[in-house]
Each structure stands twice: as structure tokens, then as C-alpha cells.
Ligand binder design. Sequence first.
Ligand code: APR
Ligand code: PHB
Length: 394
Amino acid sequence: MANTIKTQVGIIGGGPSGLMLSQLLDLKGIDSVVLERKSRDYVLSRIRAGVLEQGFTDLMREAGVGERMDREGEIHEGVCISDNGVLHRIDLEKLTGGDTVMVYGQTELTRDLYEARDARNGKVIHEAEDVQPHDITTDAPYLTYTKDGEEYRVDCDFIIGADGFHGVSRKSIPESEIREYEKVYPFGWLGILSETKPVHDELIYARSERGFALCSLRSRVLSRYYVQVPLEDTVEDWSDERFWDELKARLPEDVAARLETGPSIEKSIAPLRSFVCEPMRYGNLFLAGDAAHIVPPTGAKGLNSAASDIYYLYHAMVAYYAEGDASGLDSYSETALRRVWKAQRFSWWMTSMLHQFPNEDPFDQRLQEIELEYFLSSEAARTSLAENYVGLPF
Ligand code: APR
Ligand code: PHB
């Protein structure tokens, strides 16, 4: 093919996973090409998560993209849980012996990564259509794609599938070679973004008889709020007024009383799902981030689980190219999955404890109530939440 590009690592997907890996590899002299199906503006218009574990922020700094995050991001030393109107604070810093989380939007860190790739002349190809991996079980895998009507080919040593849950990479592995584990929850989250002052300095995860709610934020002037909704609901069912009324009804009275409301600048509904694909490697194709696993957002673990995959892949690739040591690549799937499943357990646990489940039997309902009561009364249990929330070690 006339349009053939040669690189060491071919990366499918220009979300945080793909961009972070290409940036880290570049700093170690390893060449990559990122193929992204959408335009840059489209990727940067997606509103996603916003809570970063310390391991993630360390990786951002190592990638040379931590400056704005450290300036504009907010360190949170605690997080709140409200149970039917009563607010409880979990002191993350105290319970973990000094660890905290950083509130900094995924949109912002993706923008920082794009700028860093530009500054180093990184090859990030947008609007790459029909991306397809080939010969993934050989030593000479390659990718093909179409752009502006022309066909291209990328020859590489390894392919990274960082193309999210709906991407092409996982689907290019024969079904007989992988096992998929999935749990679909019978509700979704309706989220809004509003240019209002956050109702509280820290996040509030609220359990109430009317359903779960979350008060989050992006900055001192930008708030992100969610309410649990039935799966059948659509955005059209939820005027701003209805959203604010429902949110207030699920929060402690004094919090509701000081909630600043305003027009929503974004409103969307996301279903909740847990998903893991095993293994995360097939031949010379390595899956990372949402391409391999999805968590319900309750524990803020989606983006952070992607970061740990990238951490392992990055170190494995550096050992391979610098010393010919393939052991990190060989153990990648096992190592990454061990941490992925811990994040799955934590997200499932928080989701189960804080949401209303339709048609739940009374016994399970009582167990849920006592789970939360026990959790709030036991320092050991709160320590367990804290160490998971700030992030288990890589
Ligand atoms: N070809 C090229 N690019 C693709 C294809 C394809 N066939 N399919 C999807 N993509 C792109 C998407 O447009 C998207 O920009 O891959 C990118 C994947 O990015 P994300 O979905 O953001 O996934 P990831 O980079 O793994 O980020 C971690 O964890 O829980 C989430 O919110 C969190 O999105 C974040 C994710
Ligand atoms: C968010 O700010 O979007 C957010 C924060 C914490 C979560 C989920 C989402 O657990």
C-alpha cells in the first residue's frame, strides 16, 4: 500500500488511555501512532469523570502534563456520605495515613494530553475511519484505516486497544479466546453540569428512599450533579426544574436549603454496568481502559482503572525496548486484571450499598440498611472505603 506508516506501537483510541500511553512512551524514545475515530473537538466535548487517584496524578506528572492539573485541580482530603438525610464525613487523609484524591475533569486532562502530544509532534490521527487490526498473533501486526477517502496502513510491533467499550479492538479477538463478565444494573444516572457554586466543598454520595444522588464538582464555579433514574427515563422526561427538585429531596435538608440552582449546560443519562474482558491480551494486541473493563461510576474508578493499565503497559514496554525483557508484557493481563477486579469489587459494593433496587426483596433491603449502618459506625470499615477510594497501589 502506498500510504504505509511504520511505528513501534500502534494505538487505537485517542481517549485518556491512548494519549497517556503515547506520551509516556515518547518520553522514553518509543515511537507510536494514535488512531482516533472522532475529531478532537468531539473528544473534548465529552463530559466524563473527575476524581483522580494519587497514582493517576503521579502518572500525569511523570508524563510531563501535571502542571495545569496541580494548579487548577482541587485536592480533596475527605468525602461525604449521606444516609436518609444525615451527612457523614469520611476522612480519607486520616484513615489512609495521608492519601487524598484530586478533583480535575477528564476533559481537562485530555486537553492537556493533546497539547503535550502536539508540543512533541506526536502522531495523533483524528477522524481515522474503519480502523482494523490485522495479523495480531504474528510478529508483524498492522493496522489499516481510511482518512479523507484514502487508505492507510500502520506497521508496528504491538497494537494497543484503547478504543473504549464500543471500540473495534476487543471485537477483533475471536470469541473463543476471551471470556466476558458482565453485570447490568436496573437503573441509570441522570447527570447535569451547571455553572453554579458547588453545594459542598467535598463530594456527597447520598442514599435516600427516593434513590441515590451525587453532588460533585469540576471547579468552584462549575457543579456536577447526578440522580439515580429508571432505565426507561429519557433526558426529555427531566426538565431542569424537575431535576433540582428531585436532587433536593434526596439530600439532607440543610444541604438542600443551600443548593444553588441554575440552567443545566449539559444533561445526559448513563446506564450502570460492570464489565470485564479476560484476558486483556491476545497475541500482540493489548487491551487497556474501557476497551477491557467498565465499572458503574459510584466509586469513581473508571478513569483510574484505565490509568493502572497504562502504568503496567508503559513499564512493560520500556523494559522490552530498553532491555529486551518481555516479562512485563507476558504478565500484563494477569497483573492488570488483579487490580481491575479489585476496582470492580469496590464499585459494585458502593453501588449496591447506596442505590434503591427496584423489586428488591425485604431481606436484601434490610441487609443494605445494616451494611451502611455498620460501615458508618466502624472505623475499620471506613478505612476500607478510604483505601479503595484513594486508590490501591499499582
Ligand atoms: N477506531 C478509532 N478510535 C475509536 C474506535 C475505533 N473503532 N472506537 C472508539 N474509538 C475512540 C473513541 O472515540 C474514544 O475517543 O477511542 C477512544 C476511547 O476513549 P474512552 O472511551 O475515553 O476510553 P479510555 O481512553 O480507556 O478512557 C478511560 O474510563 O470510565 C471511563 O470516563 C472514563 O472515558 C474514561 C475511561
Ligand atoms: C463526577 O464528578 O462526574 C463523578 C464524581 C464521582 C463519581 C462519579 C462521577 O463517583
